[in-house]
Design a protein around this ligand. Structure first.
Ligand code: NAP
Length: 266
């Protein structure tokens, strides 16, 4: 895709991949709008990148998505690219005592339902543009699940499937459909809920390097952008699916052994 003079909305741009992508896209001469849940974090982002436009909007709230579309199509009628990036990732032990079924599926609401609703809401506007794009941020874990993060893995596999369906349904339109599947990348999300043991000592990609891969991929019209280990995961899911799942299952198995050892005896 043309990498300059676009008007680009990035959900979840206050930190990590969304923020670095915003920086790279601003440097290329685009207008960039980011969202996040908190004014304070958006203000911090704008303090670092004064050209950013910032809007508080929760990616898991359908009403907020409609309000976002109404606001942005009025204020930025040239909006032609949406990047569905907002996401969270948690370690979840399905054997645990927690019974909050609403909290259980937060990754589905933010990481999966968010992009689905964003696409449906913004599609009529995007289709009206001579050149437009949807970029859905999935994960290498869309190809092989990470059993210590079961809901996240399900959400990202869903994003991958949805993106493939959307690409078919938009064939021949002016809207290109991209998937960015990052590998482990050094951000708050990567370190947040996980110990070194959970990550098996895995080295993460520098977030600026990831943003460069993303920009290069978009520029070359690579529809499925799989930097580094994400590409290996996709390949392994095809040639040795049980082997690679076994490797990614190790942290969950260690968590289960540890929790059993720590559980009070009855
Ligand atoms: N880092 C990795 O290893 C990795 C690998 C593969 C894929 N990814 C994907 O990359 C995307 C970005 O993650 P990251 O690693 O850059 O993590 P991050 O630094 O934690 O950034 C996540 C962003 O999402 C926003 N966000 C979270 N929930 C939101 C909600 N309900 N509504 C609006 N914004 C929300 C956060 O903003 P506020 O907190 O300000 O609301 C923040 O800007 C995610 O989709 C993630 O799954 C990351």
């Amino acid at each position: 895709m043309e990498m300059t003079k676009n008007t680009i909305l990035i959900t979840g741009g206050t930190s990590g991949i969304g923020f670095e992508l915003a920086r790279a896209l601003l440097e290329l001469g685009n207008t960039v709008i980011i969202t996040g849940r908190e004014h304070a974090k958006l203000d911090e982002a704008r303090a670092q990148l004064p050209a950013l436009h910032c809007v508080v909007s929760d990616a898991s709230d359908p009403t907020a998505i409609t309000a976002l579309r109404e606001k942005l199509t009025a204020e930025f009628p040239d909006l032609n690219v949406i990047v569905n990036n907002a996401g969270i990732m948690r370690k979840i032990n399905l054997n645990g005592p927690e019974t909050d079924l609403v909290d259980l599926t937060r990754e589905i609401e933010i990481n999966l339902m968010g992009p689905l609703r964003m696409v449906k809401e913004f599609l009529p506007h995007l289709r009206s543009k001579p050149a437009a794009a949807v970029v859905n941020v999935s994960s290498g874990l869309a190809f092989v699940p990470f059993p210590i993060s079961p809901i996240y893995s399900a959400a990202k596999a869903g994003v991958h499937a949805f993106t493939e369906c959307l690409r078919v349904q938009l064939k021949g339109s002016t809207v290109k459909v991209f998937e960015l599947a990052p590998p482990g990348t050094e951000t708050k999300l990567f370190r947040g809920d996980f110990t070194k043991e959970d990550l098996g000592g895995a080295k993460a990609m520098d977030v600026k390097v990831l943003a460069k891969h993303a920009v290069d991929g978009l520029k070359k019209d690579t529809l499925e952008i799989r930097p580094g280990l994400a590409n290996t995961l996709k390949l392994m899911s095809r040639i040795a699916p049980q082997f690679i799942l076994k490797q990614l299952a190790k942290p969950a198995e260690a968590m289960l052994v540890k929790n059993k050892a720590e559980a009070p005896r009855t």
